[in-house]
Every structure is written in C-alpha cells, then in structure tokens.
Design a protein around this ligand. Structure first.
Ligand code: ROI
Length: 160
C-alpha cells in the first residue's frame, strides 16, 4: 500500500463541480482510497494571465496502483470529465490531475516525473499540501514548512 498526493486544478466550465466529481472518481479507482481532501483555493493563473482564476486543491490517497498505473488512471479521469487536451501547454483546462508525491520515490521518466517538477514554486500546490500534512518532508529532505515560509500567497484565497 502506497501513500500519494495528487494536485487538482481547474479553470474552465464549472471548476467546483469538476473538482467534486474528480474526487469521487479518484476514490472509485481500483484499490485506491481518498483519505483527505484539502480546502479548495482560488489562485491566479501561473503563465498567461488572459485566462480565468483556478480552483486548486490537493488529494491524499492510499493506493495499490503503481505510479504509472495511477498516472494512466488519472489521465482517463481527466478525459472522462471533459478535458480537451490543447497544444497550448500553459492554457486553461477543465481538469488537471497531477501526481505530486508517491511514497518517498523519485522518478524521472519521459511521461512521469515524481515529485512534480515545479511543485516547490507553486503556492497553489504547497499551501493545500500543507493543510493536509504540515510536517511533510520531501524526498530530497526539504521541509514543506520551510518551503512555504518563502513562498508568498500571490493573491490566493479560499474558493467560496
Ligand atoms: N495556474 C494555477 N494558478 N493553477 C493551476 O493549477 C495551473 N495549472 C497549469 C498552469 C497553466 C501552469 N497554470 C496554473 O497547468
């Protein structure tokens, strides 16, 4: 049994509904259980500013799925819940589910990088993660509390 954290992001359609549906879908995956969901946040887009604010959250799960099987399952949920993959890498999306952490492993393969390559710079990832796991230590031994203390909120608020 492995412990993993998944980042959720959405800024098209009905972000709140997509987020709620996504949590249910993740909980329905084979041999996977959602243990906890962070509060939902409203964040300013990283990247091009001519797109709506994002709903962001983090989901804590236990799973028997391998990292690759989990990635494939999350991509299927993104697709089922209406995500259209656009060529624009930094463009808006109906639903994004990224594996942040999976136990203490580090993977650098073509389609999967764990820990998530940019998580340390993203307030919309670290703050909800901190809500769930204030004592968390990353695989490279950095302390989440220390990373947070140097990362401004950049206008992020609770989603309401
Ligand atoms: N910006 C915010 N605030 N939240 C996201 O989830 C998010 N996801 C992305 C990019 C386009 C980088 N910007 C984001 O993929």
């Amino acid at each position: 049994m492995s412990l993993a954290f998944i980042a959720l992001g959405a800024n098209l359609g009905e972000p709140l509904k997509q987020a709620q549906d996504a949590v249910k879908s993740v909980n329905s995956l084979r041999s996977t259980k959602v243990l906890e969901v962070s509060p939902f946040y409203r964040s300013k887009p990283l990247g091009p500013q001519d797109q709506p604010d994002y709903l962001n959250a983090v989901i804590k799960i236990t799973t028997e799925l391998s990292p690759i099987a989990l990635l494939n399952a999350l991509q299927k949920i993104e697709k089922d819940l209406g995500r259209v993959r656009k060529s624009n890498r930094w463009g808006p999306r109906t639903l994004d589910l990224d594996i942040l952490l999976y136990d203490n492993i580090q993977i650098n393969s073509e389609n999967l990088t764990i820990p998530h390559y940019d998580m340390k710079n993203r307030e919309f990832v670290l703050y909800p993660l901190f809500d769930l796991e204030p004592e968390l230590v990353l695989p490279d031994h950095s302390l989440l509390s220390e990373l947070i203390s140097h990362l401004p909120l950049k206008g992020m608020t609770r989603w309401s």
